[in-house]
Design a protein around this ligand. Structure first.
Ligand code: NAD
Ligand code: DAU
Length: 355
């Protein structure tokens, strides 16, 4: 026990989308834990995501890049880190197609740096410690019309993003097997909710509907994703962190598959209602564009293991979560404006220029 705290948890990527929900959940539910949020504040990291909790006495922020090994070791020593929840990553598939090396640096080398820093800091004893790596269902590749990804599905990544996440998963397991590092991994399906950067489908399309801009649907729009509300992912991370046996893997998802075009149609209908527009108005913005290269046809998580072992299931239905998400973005347009005014605009123009 250090400074009266029973654990000091390093949450990497805590200023990003999912990380900020994890930091908020842990800092508010567990005053006995100290939460150290480590983030390089890339384009995706935003301290505005944590403004409501930054004054809590058990919260600290470290502006550190995973690529800076010396600084990482310093963070472990300064705070006496007992546990890690590792979310920091380059996370957007389209950006990985434009700049794959950025994904190798942060997702692969950054993860190995973090593993190495934990190994060095914990070499006396790993008792009661945990290195929890947050990963994605994309490592399993693509499904046909039927079937699910289970924890034993072979890895088959197709994008530079998923290849870099697969590589990071392999390194985490290798550090568990070779050095006895107390590792745990979870692989989750597509998240949505407040504070998601507007490069991802749902916040991008909400923002474009608000501004009357085209909704760029890739390919035939019949790609399928399995959506989970981000607060449900945070609750699953809480359960896995506290209960999963060391060296185990858990898939996280809500059995909630949607074809892109069906999801977009529902989103447009809800947006018409909330913005007081005539029914069908937002749908007119749908524009079919050139497909994403290597686009995975379907993802679907089998989340039976986490339910059977710990009784975890999502608390929020998709209709509730999507409505709450739209409400949040409409009520927080200043947050969105701060992002879209910056360098994001340049990315948006490059990404959608020739589609
Ligand atoms: P995000 O892009 O919103 O946030 C990533 C955070 O990592 C940002 O705050 C960024 O500043 C930080 N970061 C990036 N490079 C860094 C570096 N070199 N050093 C330190 N910090 C750095 O991502 P997200 O959507 O919140 O995803 C978080 C994690 O969850 C990722 O590992 C991702 O692979 C995984 N995941 C995401 C989803 C999803 O649907 N978004 C689903 C499953 C798994
Ligand atoms: O499955 C988990 C993964 O989900 C996470 O690991 C990733 O970090 C996260 O970005 C997400 O990846 P996707 O590629 O599935 O998410 P994205 O929001 O980029 O796209 C969702 C679907 O919508 C996908 O089939 C591509 C399509 N799409 C996306 C954009 C941005 C469009 O049709 N048009 C768009 O403009």
């Amino acid at each position: 026990m250090e400074n009266g705290f029973t654990k000091t948890i390093l949450v990497t990527g805590g200023a990003g989308f999912i990380g900020s929900h994890v930091v908020r959940r842990f800092a508010t539910r567990y005053p006995q834990y100290r939460i150290v949020c480590l983030d390089a504040l890339t384009y995706a990291g935003n301290l505005e995501n944590l403004r409501d909790i930054e004054a809590l006495p058990n919260y600290a922020f470290s502006h550190t890049d995973l690529l800076d090994m010396q600084a990482l070791q310093q963070v472990f020593a300064t705070y006496g880190i007992t546990d890690v929840i590792h979310l920091a990553a380059e996370s957007h598939v389209d950006r990985s197609i434009l700049s794959p090396l950025d994904f190798v640096y942060t997702n692969v080398i950054g993860t190995v740096n973090l593993l190495e820093a934990a190994k060095k800091a914990w070499q006396g004893s790993t008792d009661g410690r945990r290195f929890y790596h947050i990963s994605t269902d994309e490592v399993y590749g693509a499904l046909g019309d039927t079937g699910f990804f289970t924890e034993t599905t072979p890895y088959d990544p197709h994008s530079p993003y998923s290849a870099s996440k697969a590589s990071s998963d392999h390194f985490v397991r290798a550090y568990g097997d070779t050095y006895g590092l107390p590792v745990v991994i979870s692989n989750c399906s597509n998240n949505y909710g407040p504070y998601q950067f507007p490069e991802k489908l749902i916040p991008l399309f909400i923002n474009n509907v608000v501004n009357g801009k085209p909704l760029p649907v890739y390919g035939d729009g019949l790609y399928t994703r399995d959506w989970l509300y981000v607060l449900d992912h945070a609750s699953a991370i809480d359960v896995v962190f506290h209960k999963a046996p060391l060296h185990s893997t858990y898939n996280i998802g809500g059995f909630n598959e949607w074809r892109n075009i069906d999801l977009i149609t529902l989103l447009c209908r809800l947006m018409d209602e909330k913005l007081g527009r005539a029914e069908g108005e937002s749908k007119k913005l749908i524009t079919y564009v050139k497909d994403r290269p290597g686009h995975d046809r379907r993802y679907a998580i089998d989340a039976t293991k986490i339910k059977q072992d710990f009784g975890w299931t999502p608390a929020v239905t998709f209709e509730q979560g999507l409505a709450a998400t739209i409400d949040w973005y409409l009520a927080n347009q200043e947050w969105m404006n701060h992002i879209t005014a910056g360098t994001y605009r340049q990315y948006y123009e490059t990404q959608y220029a020739n589609r």
